[in-house]
Ligand binder design. Structure first.
Ligand code: FAD
Length: 315
């Protein structure tokens, strides 16, 4: 029996989500007294040294030719063999775009249960896991039975891992065939900013920003504090901001260290996307706005006056 954390790199780099999944898996392995392995897909040869310090006893590098971009069946077939070969009993991964599909496919091949959206272990039973339900209004605790279990973490879930040099570094060259009904035709880069799901700080604007012409101040503030920009759904529906910035139940689920909500009322559908944030700061002119119930810090005031003052204070 062993705990395996499976991560996919971005241009060879370990993402924030992957780091948190490694930390989560490390704790599970420690709690259960099981050997801990990390499998790094898309490993870059030049970065080999940095992969050795991921806190696991064994690090398995799967070369950069490991199929990506919707080649889910090929990845699953390969991971099925790895899971069996390494006697894995708990397979954990992060919420990266295709991981849920890859893990579901692999689990299907092995007739094992999958549990997604996991926020944390709940503590009362070392097999129990928790996830948010009813748009984040409640937390549910679940126990998953089985000799082999697959777990996909929620965005932002997990903890930073304790670095430790591995005892064993294994390299694999992907040798499976690739067959898929899906072909990637084109990739459109959205600027050079970090994806919102990876951002540590986010400044987000709602309808209270009044219009796209006022976004200059929001962007200036975000730039000063090194934050990515986001918005509520009506803002992207109105075309004030692009859809990829929309946060919430029907948009991105984010979990930054700091989420600053400017002129956002705090509807449950918006809160569903930000409840994993460590610190929420809200600025709103309405003291009764529900966002203040979710916020750690709040400023009651008109953005037209507060935002310029905040920027000035950062000079
Ligand atoms: C099925 C479904 C799914 C949805 N999914 C999402 C989702 O994923 N994400 C999402 O965001 N919404 C979603 N919504 C919409 C959601 O219900 C809210 O309507 C929306 O979040 C409100 O956006 P808002 O806070 O920007 O606007 P509003 O609710 O209009 O709030 C604007 C806020 O700005 C404040 N304000 C106004 N002027 C100023 C000023 N000058 N200074 C300071 N404050 C000011 C107001 O007091 C108010 O609180 C969904 C709705 C449904 C039905």
């Amino acid at each position: 029996m062993a705990v395996l954390c499976y991560i996919e790199t971005r241009n060879g780099e370990i993402t924030q989500g992957a780091s948190l999944a490694i930390g989560f898996s490390q704790q599970v392995a420690l709690q259960k007294g099981l050997p801990f392995m990390v499998a790094v897909a898309g490993a870059n040869d030049e970065m080999k040294n940095s992969y050795q310090n991921l806190g696991a006893e064994t690090v398995i590098l799967i070369d950069k030719d490991f199929p990506a971009d919707f080649q889910i069946a090929a990845r699953a077939a390969w991971l099925k063999n790895l899971t069996s070969e390494k006697s894995v009993s708990i397979f954990i991964t992060d919420s990266a775009t295709e991981n849920s599909a890859v893990v579901a496919y692999t689990a299907g091949l092995l007739s094992a249960p999958v549990f997604t959206g996991v926020t944390q272990g709940v503590g009362f039973d070392d097999s129990a896991l928790s996830r948010n339900i009813y748009s984040g209004k409640l937390k549910g605790g679940y126990v998953i039975d089985g000799q082999l279990r697959f777990i996909v973490l929620a965005p932002g879930a997990g903890t930073l891992f304790e670095p430790k040099m591995c005892d064993k570094l294994e390299s694999y060259i992907f040798s499976g065939g690739i067959s898929s009904n899906i072909q990637l035709l084109e990739v459109n880069e959205i600027g050079d900013t970090l994806p919102l799901t990876e951002a540590r700080r986010i400044v987000s604007g709602g309808r209270g920003m009044r219009g796209p012409e006022n976004w200059g101040a929001l962007e200036e503030f975000a730039k000063r504090i090194g934050a990515a920009t986001a918005c509520s759904r009506p803002v992207s529906d109105e075309g004030w901001r692009p859809h990829h910035e929309h946060v919430g139940q029907t948009g991105k689920i984010v979990a930054p260290e700091l989420y600053v909500a400017l002129g956002i009322s705090g509807a449950i559908q918006h809160l569903a996307g930000i409840s994993g944030s460590k610190v929420i700061v809200a600025i709103n002119k309405d003291p009764e706005a529900p966002i203040f119930e979710a916020a750690d810090y709040g400023i009651i005031g008109d953005l037209q006056q507060v935002l310029p003052k905040l920027i000035e204070a950062l000079d």
